[in-house]
Design a protein around this ligand. Sequence first.
Ligand code: CA
Length: 440
Amino acid sequence: MSINHLLNETHDPKLTSWVESANQSGCDFPIQNLPFAVFKKIGTNEEFRGGVAIGEQILDLAAAKNSGVFNGVALEALAACSKNELNTFMDMGKSVWSALRLALSKALASGSSAQDKLANCLVAQADAEYALPCNIGDYTDFYTSIHHATSVGKKFRPDNPLLPNYKWVPIGYHGRSSSIEISGSDFKRPKGQTKAPTATEPSFGPCKRLDYELEIGIFIGNGNALGEPITIDNAEDHVFGICIFNDWSARDIQGWEYQPLGPFLSKNFASTISPWIVTTEALAPYKAQWTREETDPQPMPYLESTQNRTSGSFDINLQVLLETEKMRGAEQGPTPLSQSNFKDSYWTVAQMVAHHTVNGCNLRSGDMFGSGTQSGPNPEEAGSMLELSNAGSEPVSLPNGEERTFLEDGDNVIMTGWCEKEGAARIGFGLVEAKILPAE
Ligand code: CA
């Protein structure tokens, strides 16, 4: 079995749009992508509302609703997308998401008779600001990269890096959604309790080991009732889409506070997401086989299915870049730090959903999962400074002569994601960035 049954006319790599910028090679938002965000024009009193990216433009979904172009289910979906959060639309479920995608694909395609009416519904991305795409009621952070778990485990527990539950349980913890913000939300370096290994007592002050985590954010579309688990084969039907996610981490605070209940104040001072949610349907060409080493424990039945084996992985390239204050001053542009791919994850999105609900826990529309830091099998594919600098012992050299062990004030961290392969249109996620301001 291949992924072909997941594909439809909206994925056709030959499709082009009458929005010319969508047809440029290397563009993140060709007509095959159609990701969702919540936006308004910068500096106006307009209401935030839903939008779909097409090339360098945004199709204003509230305006599209009133354009006279759409009817039926697509029109109902557009009414839901006209609000300042997408929860209602996300709760409508896969058949509605798919109906709107098809209608938008047809209306934005080259030669569409809707061009004249919809041309008035475009807003340039350069003129837009974004809000969170939905109310994120609950946020759960997983730990799905075995490469990250092993290298971090070595730093905290050299003799026992990978705990015995790792290969059986998709490990996660309940995070806080209140501190998740949209790309561009700069934040102050957190303060807290830390304790150096050699010190007899902890001290209080600004975090000295501030780090990023290269993750994806997974948005739940329609949830489940309390007490009714989502089975693995239905799991992806509940996943609206994916964004790029920086789960900032205060390593020195984490090292002191994490036992026995896990991360707390080291994680909930800031988390930043990219504005665009790339839908699960748009990602269909980039579904990939998922395997488990024969020598490893195989998943328990509730985490196992043929579908998960044949197409449970997502082939998403992830990259992190750093722009220091000095680089900004010299207008040098950011420098890449590392690159990895979500297909190297030990657990799939479907396994995360099935595991999260197997005890009856209810997910709700707009809930977000973090994938956990995505580090690849090679050291240069590390998704955090903790790994790249070997816990601060091996500074990373930057092209302008600067060095970093952890992040410094003024550093702007930028993350991007994209999918590309033969026979499919390249699609991208845009970017997420935020700058570290000095502690007060
Ligand atoms: Ca994390």
